[in-house]
Design a protein around this ligand. Structure first.
Ligand SMILES: [Zn+2]
Length: 109
């Protein structure tokens, strides 16, 4: 079966890698700031918000490192579920997308 897909070309991959690396640096700095501000304000609401931000930032970092790893491995741009191509437009909106749209929808339930 021949698959006619539009794999992101090297130039595009390089651009993606650059923007992912930039994101990675931004998120790392953010995480550092969030975890370094350990002054307890005694406000449970604020502590909760910060914990949520830390979790979200960690999650972003995981997604970014995952995308960078997939670029390095050459599996970038393929759905992890059906191994089908992830449309380039989707990758531009969501550079760390791991699934194609139908699989993502199923994944969410
Ligand atoms: Zn899929």
């Amino acid at each position: 079966m021949s698959v006619d897909i539009e794999v992101p070309d090297q130039g595009r991959l390089a651009g993606l890698r650059a923007s992912l690396s930039e994101d990675f640096a931004t998120q790392t700095t953010r995480l550092k700031e969030l975890t370094e501000i350990s002054a307890d304000t005694g406000d449970p609401g604020e502590a909760h918000n910060r914990a949520a931000l830390v979790a979200a930032t960690r999650h972003n970092l995981e997604q970014i490192t995952g995308a960078l790893r997939r670029i390095a491995e050459g599996s970038y741009g393929r759905c992890e579920k059906c191994t089908g191509p992830i449309p380039a437009e989707r990758l531009e909106v969501l550079p760390h997308a791991r699934f194609c749209v139908p699989c993502q929808q199923k994944h969410k339930g």
